[in-house]
Design a protein around this ligand. Structure first.
Ligand code: ADP
Ligand code: ZN
Length: 600
């Protein structure tokens, strides 16, 4: 019997587990359902691939993107795992062959959600009784989530249809509301929900008010020559415009958006994956399933859709763990545009939820304390000041708001923590609205104690309290404001709380340049680029993306260690026996032909 650890080494070529992997694997192997929230790059795939290889019956993997599915399948086959894949991007004949693989004992079957949910497929799978169903990008099942997909909703029938099967759900971004919803839909709450933390300490978080995107972007890119990064834009037109501008500035910038042909997008993506120092200027169409570990920066020139979306997008930087920078530019105009989008989608409840999500994002933008505290608080994670965000590095000038905050918190507590910001602000400002009068809130002792501040200044103040993790916005309950533990502590006299007053301009952010450490470290850069070229040739010949051959981190390690024997090669992380056999000799030759070492 193979243990998880043996499979990790013998099949995937890795020396040890990453945090969380072992626990998820053990839980699944014991037949208990799991919802695992793990940050991007944590290694979610292995969490289900290893139990699937260990099991004697089939594991079905449901994944939202055909391209991503194909890549996973090629990657598994390259490692010698027997896997099948059925989706509408393949011919009928191909799908028949793939089904035969399942009958012949394939360990995994990758399926698109709509394929799984046909009556024929469900009947065929009933006869097989799969051990496990894996739902990748599980947040897509939830209407609470930032990227709901209607075809995922049907997956909530799975626990009724296959009560004996284990369910493994994975996501990198899900706030509390989304997590509860996923667990309820996929295993009726009878499973383990584990959150392996959202913290990505190597990402530097910076947010600025948008004054001139050109100046701000160029200043951001100033010290990033030679590095790869992504610049996110909202519209296709703006994406093209930014790419042209950056090219005029002498940068290797490529646009990417859904208005291009599939072929053009593939070429652009390949260039990003294989060339050094490409600035990908893209809409959110770009990014899902990009496994490039050395993306050094992500810049948002427009406000993202929500904190979940933002977290996911910046999460593409620095997957190798080396320092990476992020910059978000926001403006009132962007905010208005987002509100407009929301006004045109879904039902009332959905719109309300999305407005509250946007409020949480704005709170983050206006945070006067550590950004990381604010971002992690949104995902219910408590952390200390990071020392690595704009607010930590260049603290904004703030005023003491302890008493003001206490007044507000006390109002919220006395009114039962069931009202949104609008009503609570009316109370402290002394507005005798109908709602105030109906509930006799004019009799509260905090009524009208804060009338020296206009409404919009109160709104900004509330956002800063949310950003500091003192208040939270309950998205499931009409966006009502609730006190967090820190909120109760502040109310009990544990201060202070400082906030940024008035309108926020960040002229003080004339960046003191902090040179980011070279990510590659001691490794032969010219050899690395030769290995990358070789990888691209091999990948093209096999019609798979480059990382299926070897990931960047594997090549970086190879270029650093310069193995001279197959045995030495097998010691590199990411070189399993199957890949060793297929590519080992070719890469050894490239290394030996490269000549003497030129370490930088
Ligand atoms: P996620 O889906 O969580 O973003 P992936 O499953 O794509 O992450 O894994 C990210 C990268 O980390 C992949 O290149 C994968 O092969 C690698 N990886 C996963 N687990 C390990 C491990 N235990 N040791 C080394 N590398 C690993
Ligand atoms: Zn910080």
């Amino acid at each position: 019997m193979n243990t998880a650890e043996q499979i990790l080494q013998d099949v995937f070529g890795y020396g040890e587990f990453r945090p969380g992997q072992e626990e998820v694997i053990a839980t699944l192997a014991a037949g208990k359902s799991v919802l695992a929230v793990m940050p991007t790059g944590a290694g979610k795939s292995l969490c289900y691939q290893i139990p699937a290889v260990m099991a004697d019956r089939l594991t079905v993997v449901i994944s939202p993107l055909l391209a991503l599915m194909d890549d996973q399948v090629s990657a598994l086959r390259t490692n010698g795992v027997d896997v099948a894949c059925i989706h509408s991007g393949q011919t009928r004949e191909q799908n028949i062959i793939e089904w035969r693989r399942v009958k012949d004992g394939a360990k995994l079957l990758y399926l698109s959600p709509e394929r799984l949910m046909t009556e024929r497929m469900l009947a065929a799978l009933s006869a097989i009784q799969p051990t496990m169903f894996v739902v990748d990008e599980a947040h897509c099942i939830s209407k609470w989530g930032a990227s709901f997909r209607p075809d995922y909703e049907h997956l909530s029938r799975l626990p009724d249809l296959f009560p004996e099967s284990t369910v493994a759900a994975f996501t990198a971004t899900a706030d509390r509301a989304t997590r509860d919803d996923i667990a309820e839909k996929l295993f009726r709450g009878n499973g383990l929900a584990v959150v392996y933390g959202f913290d990505r300490p190597n990402l530097r978080l910076t947010v600025e008010n948008k004054a001139s995107w050109k100046l701000q972007l160029m200043r951001f890119l100033e010290d990033k020559a030679g590095q790869a990064g992504i610049v996110y834009c909202l519209s296709r037109k703006f994406t093209d415009e930014v790419a042209v501008y950056l090219r005029e500035q002498g940068l290797n910038a490529i646009p990417y958006h859904a208005g291009q042909t599939a072929e053009q997008r593939k070429v652009n993506q390949d260039r990003f994956m294989s060339e050094d120092a490409v600035v990908m200027v893209a809409t959110i169409a770009f990014g899902m399933g990009i496994d490039k570990p050395d993306i050094r920066y992500v810049c948002h020139l427009n406000l993202p859709g929500s904190l979940e979306a933002y977290y996911q997008e910046i999460g593409r930087a620095g997957r190798d763990g080396a320092p990476a920078e992020t910059l978000l530019l926001h403006s009132l105009r962007d905010m208005g545009m987002r509100r407009q989008f929301i006004a045109n989608e879904g039902d009332d409840a959905h719109r309300r939820r999305e407005h509250h999500r946007l409020d949480a994002l704005l709170a983050y933008c206006e945070a006067s304390e550590c950004r990381r505290i604010a971002l992690l608080a949104y995902f219910d994670e408590v952390s200390g000041a990071c020392g690595n965000c704009d607010n930590c590095l260049f603290p904004p000038s703030v005023v003491d708001g302890t008493e003001r905050a206490q007044t507000l918190l006390s109002t919220i507590r006395q009114t039962g923590q069931v009202f949104g910001a609008g009503h609570v602000i009316d109370i402290v400002r002394g507005v005798k609205s109908q709602k105030v009068l109906e509930r006799r809130h004019q009799n509260l002792e905090t009524f009208a104690t804060g009338d020296q501040w206009p409404k919009d200044e109160w709104t900004v103040f509330v956002r800063q309290l949310v950003a500091a993790g003192i208040l939270s916005i309950n998205i499931q309950k009409y966006g009502c404001l609730e006190l967090s533990e820190r909120g109760y502590a502040l109310l009990a006299g544990e201060g202070p709380f400082s906030y940024r007053e008035g309108n926020i301009t960040r002229s003080d952010l004339k960046a003191v340049k902090k040179k980011i450490d070279q990510p590659v470290g001691l490794c032969d850069v010219s050899l690395l680029s030769q290995l990358k070229t070789l990888r691209l040739e091999l990948a093209r010949a096999r019609n798979v993306p480059a990382y299926v051959v070897f990931s960047d981190s594997t090549l970086i390690e190879m270029a650093g260690a310069r193995p001279t024997t197959l045995d030495g090669m097998s010691g590199i992380n990411g070189v399993g026996p199957k890949k060793l056999q297929e590519f080992g000799a070719i890469f050894l030759r490239a290394i030996s032909e490269e000549g003497p070492q030129t370490v930088v």
